[in-house]
Ligand binder design. Structure first.
Ligand SMILES: NC(=O)c1ccc[n+]([C@@H]2O[C@H](COP(=O)([O-])OP(=O)(O)OC[C@H]3O[C@@H](n4cnc5c(N)ncnc54)[C@H](O)[C@@H]3O)[C@@H](O)[C@H]2O)c1
Length: 354
């Protein structure tokens, strides 16, 4: 295959980063775009010089000159679209979360096996340079046994609105939108241990707060300032235990009465500890002193675009060269099981055993 012919399903915000990534690759041709909104699809096609426009993904998937798709739609359509795409013989890069729940995600993985088509999940943070540095450090056993991890992905005022806060289309709030990234990252960095129990609380007290002044935020394409509908959690906390003895404490929010956004990620081992965010820093012992180390790992200025470039390049490399996929669909299922357990524990008020 000279060039991989790629289609975009869902012409929204994040698809722009997929397209930017594909455009940098000489072995990719963007051949089609599909969005429920015809006008949006047409504008998008004109902007990116994409020749074929659809509003129905089933019609797009009938194209013979289409090898692979990025699925960048609302969460509720990730599974049906990806399954249809693989059945139509296309490889799939599907945005996170892989699906609305673990059952749907498992069906996607089953289809990938039946059709022998690639299902890659968009866990884009695995492509951060810091993450790769820490992964290597852990593989070299420099942290020793990582027994505790702590992460927060906290926004002060960052509910994207629209479909994001409509449970039927999103499956949930910051847990499934932000928590998914950091739960996955910690699992990936620590060698993918299996989660065995989850105790969690979710909170639904603040909603969208569309009237807030003096701040700006990321909005869904269908965000409507005059429609404050929101039936998902605005924050959550969870304690997750793994079969290797590690415990992860996570908190996440879209809206919280707090000073500012706060993103942190720490791993604590019996030889050393590491902070990945807000900056990369190691804590260890040397000559009977505690020491701190700050490795020089320069992320690109526009880190967000750079990690999507590496993600799309990896997807195409897997298709052309049969390279082992860094983000296989199975990993998406494992994380969906944890997310399901977080919501179930919050609902029932009890620990969920996996
Ligand atoms: N990896 C990341 O860091 C990251 C960041 C933001 C969003 N995302 C994920 O990307 C996906 C899209 O998010 P977004 O922020 O781009 O949303 P968005 O609202 O900006 O865009 C979604 C687009 O999908 C279209 N769409 C929905 N259902 C469709 C269907 N069945 N067929 C065709 N088009 C359809 C909508 O019309 C809309 O244009 C979500 O799953 C989200 O979780 C990932």
């Amino acid at each position: 295959m000279d060039k991989v012919k790629v289609g975009i399903i869902g012409a929204g915000n994040i698809s722009e980063l997929h397209v930017q990534g594909y455009k940098k690759l000489e072995n990719v041709e963007l051949v089609a775009v599909c969005d429920l909104d015809k006008e949006k699809a047409e504008e998008y096609a004109a902007k990116h010089d994409i020749p074929n426009i659809f509003t129905d993904y089933n019609k797009m998937l009938k194209m013979e000159d289409l090898d692979a798709v990025s699925v960048t739609t609302w969460n509720n359509s990730h599974a049906p679209i990806s399954i249809a795409a693989m059945k139509a013989g296309k490889d799939v890069l599907c945005e996170k979360p892989l699906a609305m729940n673990a059952d749907e995600a498992q069906k996607m993985v089953d289809t990938s096996k039946e059709t022998n088509k690639l299902l890659m999940v968009g866990f884009v943070r695995r492509f951060e340079k810091n993450a790769n540095y820490i992964k290597e450090t852990i593989e070299n056993d420099d942290l020793g046994n990582v027994y505790y991890a702590k992460t927060g992905y906290m926004r002060k005022w960052g509910n994207p609105g629209g479909w994001f806060c409509d449970k039927k289309r999103s499956g949930g709030g910051p847990v499934i939108d932000l928590g998914v990234h950091v739960i996955d990252l910690i699992s990936y960095l620590t060698g993918k241990p299996k989660a065995v129990s989850v105790m969690a609380s979710t909170f639904e007290h603040l909603g969208l707060k569309p009237y807030i002044k003096g701040m700006s935020k990321y909005n869904a394409k269908d965000y409507d300032k005059d429609n404050p509908f929101c039936d998902v959690e605005d924050s959550a906390t969870a304690l997750i235990k793994y079969d290797n003895g590690m415990t992860l404490s996570i908190e996440t929010s879209w809206v919280l009465h707090t000073k500012e956004d706060n993103n942190y990620l720490m791993l604590y081992g019996d030889k050393a500890g590491v902070k990945m965010e807000p900056e990369l820093e190691f804590y260890k012992e040397h000559n009977d002193y505690f020491v701190e180390e700050r490795p020089i790992v320069k992320e690109e200025e526009d880190k967000f675009s750079a990690i999507f470039q590496r993600e799309t390049a990896h997807f195409i490399d897997c298709i052309i060269n049969n390279t082992e996929c860094r983000n296989p669909g199975e990993d998406g299922v494992a994380i969906m099981k944890i997310l399901d357990a977080i919501y179930e524990s919050a609902r029932s008020g009890h620990e969920v055993i996996l």
